[in-house]
Design a protein around this ligand. Structure first.
Ligand SMILES: *Cc1c(COP(=O)(O)O)cnc(C)c1O
Length: 240
């Protein structure tokens, strides 16, 4: 700590990141995997462009942004400091802006969007995850299990949209154990598709788990967790 008992944002983020890493590594152990086999993505929507420097200094290297406009303005200042992913709902008219700026788009859920991405993708193509809604909540984006294969087929037809795996948003619950079934279901869908689509796509990624439930998600096989609030829970005590 620098002065007295007041933490800077950077110190807070560093401390939180260490805590999340420990929890992730614990959960990896429980799922029979080695340390660092799941990546920690930090949701950048909670940070203004001014606060982004603190993320970099605190050791964050992977960010997920929700909005195309914010992605553009934050990348203008911090483009080289992070690996960038897109985790928000993709509007078709924004696809062009997003596709050249990120290493992975987590939230693809329609054939039309896949076709738009193919049209807008740079020479080397674009990597995506397919968003699946296994809980059946009305309010969530994402496709049902039975609609995943048509998306894989559409992506394969384009030759430019490479599917790297699946993503889900679990319902908000008090008790993380209440959404374990969501993550377990995702893993079984993921395993099945890897079996049948393995020769065509490297479907190794499973993006699931947020601040309230990432431990359970990693126990069930997550390879990327998306963390937001857990990094800033105590910002009331921090100065910027
Ligand atoms: C904001 C966000 C997260 C992080 O959520 P927290 O509950 O704050 O950890 C993860 N995934 C998506 C798609 C988000 O929009």
């Amino acid at each position: 700590m620098s002065s007295g008992s007041v933490q800077t944002i950077e110190e807070l983020i560093r401390e939180r990141l260490e805590e999340v890493k420990e929890n992730v590594n614990d959960a990896l152990g429980k799922s029979g995997r080695g340390p660092d086999e799941a990546r920690i993505l930090i949701a950048s929507k909670y940070y203004s462009p001014e606060q982004m420097a603190s993320l970099e200094k605190a050791g964050v290297n992977l960010l997920g942004e929700n909005k195309a406009e914010d992605l553009v303005s934050k990348q203008e200042r911090f483009g080289d400091a992070f690996e960038w992913h897109f985790i928000g709902h993709v509007q078709r008219r924004k696809a062009k802006e997003i596709v050249t700026r990120v290493a992975l788009i987590h939230s693809i859920d329609s054939v039309r969007l896949i076709e738009e991405l193919a049209k807008r993708a740079p020479e080397g193509g674009v990597e995506v995850l397919l968003q699946v809604n296994v809980s059946g909540e009305e309010s969530k984006y994402g496709v049902k299990e039975g609609e995943v294969e048509p998306l894989l087929e559409a992506a394969a037809r384009t030759g430019r949209v490479r599917v790297r795996g699946l993503m889900t948003l679990a319902p908000m619950v008090e008790e993380p154990e209440d959404v374990r079934y969501v993550f377990a279901k995702m893993r079984s869908i993921h395993d099945r598709l890897r079996g049948s689509w393995g020769p065509h796509f490297d479907l190794s990624e499973l993006s699931m788990g947020m601040s309230s439930d990432y431990r359970v998600a990693v126990e069930e096989g997550a390879t990327i967790v998306r963390i937001g609030r857990a990094m800033i829970e105590k910002t009331g005590e921090a100065r910027s």
